[in-house]
Design a protein around this ligand. Structure first.
Ligand code: SF4
Ligand code: SF4
Length: 191
């Protein structure tokens, strides 16, 4: 166990009751996809198979589930580590309890954005790219040419009017306007 992990274990064992929000778990369980967080029995499969946890100590999906169960809301809301999840869904495929970890992380991101009015700048860039071209990434002409050379079919043409309507109808356009950006500062709590 390294120093960071030891410190975390110590923190974990010294949770002060005043820092616990007993309603937090239920708040999360009301959000679509996050209903089963209470079923997590801490086997650690999600962390072992997580593509991000392999590269950083700052991100541990198993501990995110435990932190919710313990009601330690302040450790999670606004924690930039939440934005590291790639939404690859490997954790969902492998969880023996059917806990949808990536959906839980999406719920935590939504609460963070709502409460703090911030998101990492890269997500704003992704969103504006979707509005501009229908994809999170503005595909350079050279990449398109490469696809053609490789015999790949042209990319589907997104309906930008529909995308804009969807952004408006869901309130996401307004959210994007109001939300400030943060730099990625990883803090203790989701690890
Ligand atoms: S794999 Fe499922 S049960 Fe195991 S720690 Fe992760 S969320 Fe909990
Ligand atoms: S969806 Fe997120 S938490 Fe789950 S394995 Fe992928 S990166 Fe890890």
């Amino acid at each position: 166990m390294d120093d960071t992990s030891e410190q975390l274990e110590e923190d974990w064992n010294n949770v002060k009751t005043g820092k616990i929000d007993p309603k937090f778990k239920y708040e999360i369980m009301r959000m679509p996809g996050a209903e089963k967080v209470h079923l997590c029995f801490q086997c650690g499969t999600c962390t072992a198979d997580c593509v991000i946890a392999k590269f950083t100590d700052f991100y541990r999906p198993r501990k995110i589930a435990r932190t919710i169960q313990l009601g330690l809301k302040n450790r999670l809301i606004g924690n930039e580590a939440l934005w590291l999840c790639t939404t690859c869904h490997t954790c969902i495929d492998h969880c023996p309890q059917g806990v949808e970890v990536s959906s839980i992380i999406r719920a935590l991101r939504n609460i963070s954005m709502k409460n703090l009015g911030t998101m990492p700048s890269i997500y704003k860039i992704f969103a504006s790219n979707i509005l501009k071209c229908g994809y999170v990434y503005l595909m350079p002409e050279s990449r398109m040419k490469k696809r053609q050379e490789q015999g790949l079919p042209p990319l589907p043409k997104p309906n930008l009017n529909d995308i804009e309507k969807l952004f408006q109808a869901t309130g996401f356009t307004m959210t994007l306007e109001k939300t400030k950006t943060t730099e990625n500062e990883i803090t203790e709590g989701a690890n």
